[in-house]
Design a protein. Structure first.
Length: 152
């Protein structure tokens, strides 16, 4: 029988290393397509940029999809848990205020993957920003408004 992990068990062994590159993914509650609304997507983009501007991370690439977000970053300050708690909390407040609503914006937890030194970060960034094309939201990445990468 497959082993089922609780969210607390998933945190065991999670290690945050300043200077390390991570690929983070977080999903909206019940996979609601909240960010189909361009304005709400831009509010989330502002939160990604704020973490970068505050020096918590160096954002390498990100894309906001209708029901989730991918973020390739170099961790500078704080732990992954602190970063994601701050990001999810601030974005929830901002989006709920804009919608004049309340409640959960994000599912509990998030997926993180430490990028190994030998991996090609540019290829990972390209993979991330091409997600809207693979999801058939656009045919050209330049036409999709909710992404950025430090090389493009």
């Amino acid at each position: 029988m497959p082993r089922v992990f609780t969210s607390n068990q998933l945190l065991k062994g999670r290690y945050s290393e300043p200077g390390r590159v991570y690929l983070l993914t977080t999903v909206t509650e019940q996979r609601r397509p909240v960010f189909c609304d361009f304005h709400l997507g831009r509010l989330l983009v502002n939160q990604l940029r704020q973490a970068h501007d505050e020096g918590i991370v160096r954002s390498i690439a990100w894309v906001v999809m209708p029901d989730h977000c991918h973020w390739l970053l170099e961790l500078r300050r704080k732990t992954l848990g602190e970063l994601m708690c701050r990001f999810k909390s601030r974005s929830s407040v901002t989006v709920n205020q804009a919608c004049q609503s309340s409640g959960r914006l994000w599912q509990k937890g998030y997926h993180d993957r430490a990028v190994r030194q030998e991996e090609d970060i540019k290829n990972i960034a390209r993979y991330i920003i091409k997600k809207p094309i693979r999801a058939q939201l656009t045919t050209r990445i330049g036409d999709y408004p909710l992404w950025d990468a430090c090389w493009f």
